[in-house]
Design a protein around this ligand. Structure first.
Ligand code: OGA
Ligand code: ZN
Ligand code: ZN
Length: 396
């Protein structure tokens, strides 16, 4: 009788729904004073602490295989938990045995993707731009119909913060179709979709024919909307041109040119208020927000949405000096791009980074109507990840 063929190596479970191609295999695995050390086929070394490895055991007892959410609680094992045996199995997975008899198998692609033995590179992948920027432009119909076009658009939106879509549908509410391509739109007191036109009883300067200086929308909210779409249905009025600036670029210039102003705008809070009959949104926060690495992560600005400044007496002159400087920079050509939104054209931008403005228009000279909506950044990033998921390559 012939020997039964060796059973194919079972796939190591993966504790999420992502796909992890095995680009490097585990060449060797052994103990390290605080856990386990792996050498990879490309020469890279990864060290994982015992607690980290035990915490990330993907077995069906530790992670619910249906939801892929964790069931195991790391506070239930000793602090110095360490594997009693370390090996790489025939399928290339890391195999660990634990003192209590538990066994863990880790997918090499997953392990490599989560290696923390590299210097933290927290750089945000953004490309800032200034005056003369050639705005990436896409075909609105293709973005609505084709996932590849959708991903290209969303990636451009993520990196440059500003894109234009041409040939968009003109029917009322069409702007919402673009939000639907991503996920849920963010509804506000201005509606699911807001109408930008000169109104008889406006509840914002946006709904007049006045010039709107460079601003972010809803700086009055604790969380400003991540994305804003403005789809032009008609723009036959005299005036009403669009102006945009990369707030990150202006803030970077401020950091170099007048560091004391930059420091003031990152540390002293400004006041923002939305005045209306039936709602009263207020928030207090810095115009420029930084992360722990000192990188600029958010701009909050809207001259028509400010409340009276309220900082310590000795800080007030500095806050005014810094704010006045920032506002005057927003008017410099080195930072601004101007264009005209014509019927069927949609501006899509990162509302927490890119400042937008319009010149005054004459409502008697012709109709002007834009429709807008918001989508939060979490939705954008989730959609990009889903569109990028690679088909399983089935190595392990
Ligand atoms: C707004 C706005 C721009 C425009 O509604 O917040 O910025 O071009 N509108 O009318
Ligand atoms: Zn387990
Ligand atoms: Zn606006």
């Amino acid at each position: 009788m012939e020997n039964a063929a060796a059973a194919p190596a079972a796939e190591a479970p993966i504790p999420d729904f992502d796909v992890y191609p095995v680009r490097h295999t585990i060449a060797s695995a052994g103990p390290w004073s605080s856990g386990t050390e792996l050498r990879w086929s490309d020469g890279h070394t990864s060290r994982f602490h015992g607690l980290w490895l035990r915490d990330n055991c993907p077995c069906p007892n530790c992670v619910n295989p249906v939801t892929r959410e964790q069931v195991f609680d790391i506070s239930t094992v000793p602090e110095d938990v360490a594997p009693t045996a370390i090996s790489v199995d025939e399928a290339g997975a890391l195999l660990l045995n634990w003192p209590d008899g538990h066994e863990s198998r880790y997918h090499p692609g997953w392990l490599r993707a989560h290696c923390y033995s590299v210097p933290a590179t927290a750089k945000i992948p953004v490309t800032t731009w200034g005056g003369g920027f050639d705005i990436p432009t896409f075909d609105g119909r293709q973005v609505l119909d084709d996932d590849k076009a959708l991903l290209e658009w969303l990636e451009a939106l993520r990196s440059t913060g500003l894109t234009l879509l041409r040939k968009c549908p003109l029917e009322l509410g069409a702007v919402e179709h673009f939000a639907d391509r991503i996920a849920f739109l963010r509804e506000t007191n201005f509606g699911r979709v807001f109408d930008v036109r000169s109104k008889v009883t406006p509840d914002s300067n946006a709904y007049t024919a006045l010039e709107l200086p460079l601003h972010t929308d809803l700086p009055t909210r604790e969380l400003q909307p991540g994305l804003q779409f403005l789809l032009c249905r008609v723009n036959d009025a005299t005036g009403g041109d669009s102006i945009m600036a990369d707030g990150f670029r202006i803030a970077e210039a401020l950091r170099i040119e007048t560091p004391e102003h930059f420091r003031a705008l990152t540390t002293l809070p400004m006041e923002f208020r939305n005045r209306a009959q039936t709602s009263d949104y207020r928030t207090r926060g810095p115009a420029i927000r930084l992360n722990d690495n000192g990188e600029i992560t958010e701009i909050r600005l809207g001259n028509f949405l400010r409340g009276p400044m309220r900082v310590a007496e000795q800080d007030m002159p500095l806050l005014y000096a810094a704010y006045r400087r920032f506002m005057s920079m927003t008017r410099e050509d080195r930072f601004r791009v101007s264009f005209r939104l014509n019927a069927g054209c949609m501006a899509a931008f990162d509302n927490r980074r890119v400042l937008h403005a319009r010149s005054a228009f004459d409502p008697a000279s012709g109709d002007r109507h834009l429709q807008g909506c918001y989508v939060d950044t979490d939705e954008l990033l989730s959609r990009i990840r889903i569109l990028r998921r690679e088909p399983a390559n089935g190595t392990v």
